[in-house]
Design a protein around this ligand. Structure first.
Ligand code: ADE
Length: 427
């Protein structure tokens, strides 16, 4: 998500208002608040308690420690905003782990409504309050704090970074961990030699391309070694050293009876797959068929959109169609890619057949990040790629599956989109 000019409105409901106020005033958050783009109010639960002792908690039924009573909490919440005007979050170790996408969702909620953060204390809060009022329970880690104030401040801090002008250098925010689904690269400042330990050479030369690739490689290395789980969700196109290609094969493929055959071009594949390729940043989309008239047909469709009437009618389609390239054979297409990239292609054969073994896509994704070879995704038409293609590929990838038994009949257009999204989609 980019940085926003909107105003984020947040209320913290707490039994420790001074602690929260102190922190808000002292940190970078203070800048956001001063700019008017971040509005934070702090509500003291005790102001809504009854009786001389301003009681807000009581013993847990069944034994245990102190629990915040539902009455004062609900009155405090109602003082902040009506039911339809608020989104209520409750930090608790029992909540879902907080992550960047959730922060972005809560930021949007704070703009559309008011975000109310209810801080628990002691053993927690009465469950009936949670059931009646709380929209999201979140945790900041598998450990137990004495209260929800620190998690509340952590959330406000993460939200404030999405507001334009809060963090000095906006580029730095966009490059930070999690913005592209990878961990951040390491950073260095003067002196270039610190007690015998020097700054990596690539950062000192002023060569921007070298700096950029050093940073990307370090981000990948760190993510793979520290948080391999993040790779499955990351859009990896910016981190591939050689980019990606899609090949749609019409020969050699299987017919319904499992015999080697050649299929006819489907016009819609030319349109839809080129658009998917353009969307995800694929460098070229090869339509492979040994039949010259079929290749001519593809060129005719593409030229209608590139130079013909279609170019003026729909310029977006022109961009997509510009990626289409015909080729008589798989070898020819791979040779073209190798020549252009000066590296041998890493071929990923796809199949719809279960039981043929195959590598899980998340492992393939990780391997692509570790190599300096172009990624070539090969899709078959008809009843799938012939064995001679599967056996010569660098890897066969296990099928895209809906988990519904034997029925696995996605159109090749759909399969291409699903695969491209798994590898290159941003989440
Ligand atoms: N309250 C106490 N511990 C917490 C944690 N780990 N995350 C969120 N809220 C909490």
């Amino acid at each position: 998500m980019g940085l926003s000019e909107d105003v984020a409105r947040i209320s913290v409901i707490t039994a420790l208002p001074e602690a929260v106020r102190d922190f808000l005033g002292a940190s970078v958050l203070g800048r956001g608040i001063a700019s008017g783009k971040l509005e934070v109010s702090v509500v003291d639960i005790r102001d809504f308690s009854r009786g001389a002792y301003r009681q807000i908690d009581d013993y847990s039924f069944g034994g245990g420690g102190m629990v915040l009573m539902p009455g004062p909490l609900e009155s405090a919440l109602e003082s902040v905003a009506g039911r339809d005007e608020r989104c209520v979050v409750y930090p608790t170790p029992q909540g879902v782990p907080l992550h960047q996408e959730m922060v972005e969702d809560l930021y949007r909620a704070s703009v559309a409504k008011r975000l109310a953060i209810v801080c628990g204390h002691y053993e927690g809060v009465d469950e009936r309050f949670v059931e009646r009022n709380v929209d999201v329970e979140f945790s900041i880690g598998d450990f137990v704090l004495t209260g929800g104030e620190l998690p509340a401040i952590a959330l406000i801090d993460a939200i404030s970074r999405l507001v334009k002008g809060v963090v000095g250098k906006e580029r730095a925010v966009e490059e930070d961990s999690f913005f592209s689904g990878m961990l951040d690269c390491p950073h260095y400042t003067r002196p270039s030699d610190f007690k015998g330990s020097s700054v990596p050479e690539a950062l000192l030369g002023g060569d921007h391309a070298a700096i950029e690739s050093f940073r990307k490689e370090e981000a990948v290395r760190r993510t793979i070694s520290r948080r391999p789980d993040m790779i499955a969700r990351a859009g990896i196109m910016p981190y591939l050293r050689k980019g990606a290609y899609v090949l749609l094969l019409h020969h050699p493929v299987l017919d319904k009876n499992g015999m080697k055959s050649t299929t006819a071009i489907t016009g819609m594949d030319v349109h839809d797959i080129s658009r998917a390729c353009r969307t995800y940043g694929v460098k070229k989309y090869f339509v492979v068929t040994p039949l010259a008239p079929q290749r001519e047909m593809v060129k005719k469709i593409a030229s209608h959109w590139i130079t013909g009437y279609g170019a003026a009618f729909n310029p977006d389609r022109k961009e997509a169609m510009g990626l289409v390239k015909t080729c008589p054979s798989l070898e020819g297409a791979l040779g073209w890619i190798e020549e252009r990239e000066k590296a041998s292609p890493f071929t990923i054969a796809t199949t719809a057949r279960h039981g043929a073994g195959g590598a899980h896509w998340s492992g393939v994704k990780r391997r692509l990040l570790e190599m300096s070879r172009p990624a070539v995704f090969i899709f078959g038409t008809g009843s799938g790629l012939h064995e001679e293609v599967l056996s010569r590929s660098s890897v066969v990838m296990s099928p895209v599956s809906g988990g519904k038994g034997d029925y696995n009949h996605l159109s090749v257009r759909s399969a291409v989109s699903v695969v491209l999204d798994r590898f290159f989609g941003f989440r």
